[in-house]
Write a protein that binds this ligand. Structure first.
Ligand SMILES: Nc1ncnc2c1ncn2[C@@H]1O[C@H](COP(=O)(O)OP(=O)(O)OP(=O)(O)O)[C@@H](O)[C@H]1O
Length: 246
């Protein structure tokens, strides 16, 4: 069973070259940013996530909203295992894949086929799983003989097609996204949209950070509004979205 348990999680970024004397204002008077604080040893820290406790259960499609700097990306990175909490604990049960940076793991000197392997290993696919979907990924990319060529010879649109085709071949239990992925020319975009739908529908827990009300309304059944790294509101989209978007 897929489950995410965050217990009193804080994430601090120490800033060693901050002008600590002038930082009396902790920036909580404005909506933007995390909290600026000073640690016991005198160092300045930005507290991106501040004592967050959350339970995310199977079937939940969670939308993350909040002003710039409210902690959305930091939270997504904690969920993806990129950041460890500075305090508190994060328990992620279920295989979790992040589509935040779909080009992670790609080697520009390697061929398209080699990159299909590199990127899928990076996302946690086994050799058997890859063997089953390698041809489908290649065909979805539409890159034909270019798959034998080094990745660096591709146009930026071709590079994204390949990264997209591999990244959406996996079926994770927990899926982390920063905005909706859409790429390519018109014909590819249409196929990409359908493929994204399939990935999202197959996942047990979706966490999608977005500034788009429409996207959140279409895809989410729970919305969490972050402010200064804390939960300002958590509930049904019909309640939280009007409160946030006004
Ligand atoms: N590497 C870092 N070093 C120092 N501070 C950081 C770092 N990354 C994020 N922060 C701070 O943490 C806070 C939260 O940032 P985060 O990127 O999580 O916000 P966000 O909600 O994703 O914002 P946006 O909507 O602008 O993408 C901000 O105040 C930011 O300045």
């Amino acid at each position: 069973m897929a489950l995410v348990l965050l217990d009193n999680v804080s994430v601090d970024f120490p800033v060693y070259n901050a002008p600590s004397r002038s930082l009396k204002n902790r920036m909580l008077s404005v909506a933007t940013g995390g909290a600026i604080d000073r640690r016991h040893d005198g160092h300045v820290v930005v507290r991106a996530i501040n004592g967050l406790s959350l339970t995310l259960k199977e079937g939940e499609r969670i939308g993350l909203i909040g002003h710039n700097g409210s902690g959305k990306t930091t939270l997504l990175r904690v969920l993806s295992g990129i950041y460890y909490p500075s305090r508190g604990s994060a328990k992620i049960d279920g295989n979790c894949v992040s589509l935040i940076n779909i080009s992670l793991g790609i080697d520009p000197e390697a061929s398209g086929y080699e990159n299909i392997r590199l990127r899928s290993v990076m996302m946690g696919m086994t050799a058997d799983e890859l063997a089953k979907c390698r041809d489908e990924i290649a065909s979805f990319s539409g890159l034909g003989d270019f798959l034998e060529m080094p990745f660096r010879t591709y146009s930026s649109g071709m590079q994204l097609r390949l990264a997209f085709a591999v990244s959406t071949a996996i079926r994770p239990e927990i899926l982390i996204m920063d905005e909706w992925l859409s790429t390519g020319d018109e014909a590819f975009k249409e196929r990409a949209e359908k493929r994204m739908r399939d990935v999202v529908d197959a996942t047990k827990i979706l966490v999608l950070a977005s500034h788009s009300r429409e996207l959140l309304e279409t895809n989410c059944n729970r919305v969490i509004w972050l402010e200064h790294g804390r939960v300002k509101m958590d509930g049904a989209p019909a309640t939280v979205l009007p409160a946030y978007f006004g």
